[in-house]
Structure formats: C-alpha cells, structure tokens
Write a protein that binds this ligand. Structure first.
Ligand code: SF4
Length: 392
C-alpha cells in the first residue's frame, strides 16, 4: 500500500556550480565553471533517457543548486527545452530559478524571464555585511537589493528571498533588522533558515577550533518564534517551518511537493527522485556523473523502496513541518490505520505541552512552540511500533 498523492509531479534540476563555496554549505557543487558545457550535455542526455510513470504530468520545474544563475540564459533555455521535449508539462507550470546576487544582471534576469522562468528565488542570506562575510557569501547587501530590483524590472511577479538566522552573537534586534530589510523589498516569498553546522564544512571546522561560539539553542529558538511573529506583522504567513508567503498562491508549489509526498524526478549530480514508494539519488560528484553519462549508464548512487512503516514515518515527519499539518482522513485512508488509535499516547502528551493545534480536528498540526521541537516530536511518533504491512 502506498499513500499516493493525487498531485502532478515536479522536476528538479541540480546545477552543480558555484562561483565559490560558502563557508556553511554542504550542498554538492563545483567551482570549475569550465565544466558547464560538458555538464549540460550529460544533463540533457539524462533527461532524454528518463522515463516518468505512465500518465504522470508535471506542473513544476525547479532549477536549484549550486547556483543556476551562473548559467547563461540560453543554457537555461536549453535545459527547459529538454524537459519539455521529454515530459508532459502542464500548461502554466511554476518554473523556479535559484539565483545569487553577484551572478545576475538586468539583462540576464530579463532573458531568464523570456525563457519561461516565472519564479526567482534569490539567495540573500543576510543584509548585514559582517553576516555575509561570516557566511562566506560572494556578494554585498547592496548587490542583493539590486538583484531584487532588477528581477522585478525584468517582469518577475513571484520573487522569493532566502535568509539565514542564528549567526553567532546575533541579537533579536539584528535579526529583526535583517527581516525588515527583506520585507522592505516586498518579495512574495521568504525562506528563513536556521544556521546549521554541517559536518565537513569550513564553518564547522572553525567552530571546532574554537574560533567562535555558536548561538545557544535557546536564543536560536527565540529567533524562530520572533520570525513567525515579525513576518506575520509584515503580511507573510508561515506555511512550513522555514517558509513564509504573502498569499496562498505565492507558496512554493514545487517545494510543497516534497512535503506532501508527491512524486518528483531529479536530474544532475546529487539530485533525488521520488516516485512513491521508491526514492533514488544520483552520484554527488560531477566528474563521476560525467563519466557515467559518457559510458551511457545512469548516474544513480542508490535507491530505496520505502516500506509501509517508513512511509508512515515520512508522512508524519513531512506533515508536521507544515502549518496545515497532516490531514487525518488522508492518513487513515492511505494507511488503513486510525490516527487517534495509533498515536493517542503521543497526541495527549503533545496536547499537554501546548504543542498541538486544537482548532481543527480534521488535521494534526503543531503550534509554533511545537515546531521548535519538531525533531523530538517526530522521534516520539517514529519510536512507535508500526506494522510492516497494512492491517487486513
Ligand atoms: S551559493 Fe548556495 S549552493 Fe553555492 S556554496 Fe553558497 S550556499 Fe552553497
């Protein structure tokens, strides 16, 4: 049994190039931009050889990375053409391009728009010059402001900004100033991520060497709650732990597929695909990706068929990330299990702590303070014994 989403699918393209690696980043990317033409050949080959499940149409395309805006507009156009030539893309798809300030001009942004990109997500991360330097970003705050202005002038009516909070010594006032600077540019969407220290990054090494002290968990938690409150006052409603939109239709259609268990295909090094119940992922190395492509082999590094119990865990974890939570009737129909009967013990514990919303009995959703403990709460759900197959 699989809890199948009735939604159309999404297509993700991983563009594995960056001008320079940021100190905190553990996404796969390469700084040798001379490999772009070989990558594009391999990518288009991968797309042409791929199959989608029969009848599955797609309504989102997401070019992420990496820094897709290091590609020339005609290279982006070439990728979009390859996708449209291979898959059934619905009319009016959401086509997102991740862009970094310092890699775009008014001309490239206008050309991306002409190629069919209709949503741009700009990696600003901070409006503080010290913050940008700490994170190892290539751009200034002024370049970020310019990128947003040029995107609007280029005709983008769906502009998202990414910000990071929880930097060492960051005060609530610093973070509010950052969010206010972002809101002053009137983007349609904001993603606000807590700074995390990923294994193997320069930032994590510097922290281990004692060169700075991370902000305490309590202070970071406080900033999380400040984010929700402050952005609500500015007209941005939270709809997922880290995501805020000025209206329901400006929520990221593509990213919502990841959280709602919808199918997606990923192309490029390190890209993941999910056709329920199977997940598979590509090799996270451009060199190996190119070698596999030249040998006519798929660059798949691994695959996993989610068991019934794993699907329950995923649906719970992904559902609880969203403000709308888990729709109980979908869960019960999909898994053949009563929600309250299965999770009653955990649910009463959550209610006792004020972590569960109580205004809509058809859904199981966390309050803002519950979201602060998302990992711990998910473990409470996950630690239960699920049957390996649906009850008869
Ligand atoms: S630009 Fe983005 S993908 Fe590239 S290193 Fe920085 S954070 Fe990572």
């Amino acid at each position: 049994m699989t809890i199948l989403s009735a939604e159309p699918g999404g297509i993700y393209i991983h563009v594995p190039f960056c001008v320079r690696k940021c100190a905190y980043c553990d996404f796969y990317s390469n700084t040798d931009l001379s490999l772009i033409p070989s990558f594009l050949d391999a990518l288009c080959r991968e797309i042409r050889r791929a199959d989608a499940p029969p009848g599955l149409a797609f309504d989102t395309l997401y070019l992420g990375g990496g820094t897709p805006s290091v590609l020339a507009p005609d290279q982006i156009g070439h990728i979009l053409e390859a996708v449209r030539g291979r898959f059934a893309v619905r009319p009016d798809p959401e086509v997102t391009l991740e862009a970094n300030p310092g890699t775009v001009t008014p001309g490239t942004l206008a050309a991306f728009r002409r190629m069919g990109v209709n949503r741009i997500n700009i990696g600003v991360q901070s409006f503080s010059e010290a913050g940008l330097r700490f994170l190892g970003r290539i751009h200034t705050a002024e370049e970020a402001r310019l990128a947003v202005r040029w995107a609007r002038e280029a005709g983008f009516e769906n502009i998202g900004l990414d910000l990071i909070y929880g930097l060492p010594k960051q005060t609530e006032g610093d973070w509010i100033a950052d969010m206010a600077a972002a809101a002053a540019l009137a983007p349609h969407h904001l993603s606000c991520y807590m700074l995390t220290y990923e294994a193997g990054t320069p930032l994590t090494r510097r922290m281990a060497e004692g060169r700075f002290r991370p902000l305490s968990e309590d202070r970071v938690g406080g900033l999380f709650l400040t984010t929700i409150r402050f952005l609500a006052e500015k007209g941005y409603a939270q709809y997922e732990v880290s995501n805020f939109a000025c209206s329901a239709e400006k929520r990221a259609r593509h990213n919502r597929k990841y959280w709602s268990f919808a199918p997606y295909l990923g192309f490029g090094p390190s890209a993941h695909s999910f056709i329920p119940p199977e997940r598979r992922w590509n090799i996270a190395s451009l060199e190996e990706y190119l070698a596999f492509s030249a040998a006519g082999k798929p660059a798949v590094a691994g695959r996993e068929v989610l068991s019934y119990a794993q699907q329950i865990i995923e649906v719970v974890f992904l559902g609880l990330r969203q403000n709308d939570g888990i729709r109980i009737s979908d869960f019960e129909e999909g898994f053949g299990l009563g929600f309250e009967e299965t999770f009653g013990g955990v649910l009463s514990e959550l209610r006792k702590n004020g972590w569960l919303k109580t205004d809509d009995a058809s859904r199981c959703a966390l309050t803002p303070s519950g979201m602060l403990f998302l990992d711990g709460i998910t473990s409470m759900f996950v630690s239960m014994d699920f049957p390996e197959s649906p009850p008869m």
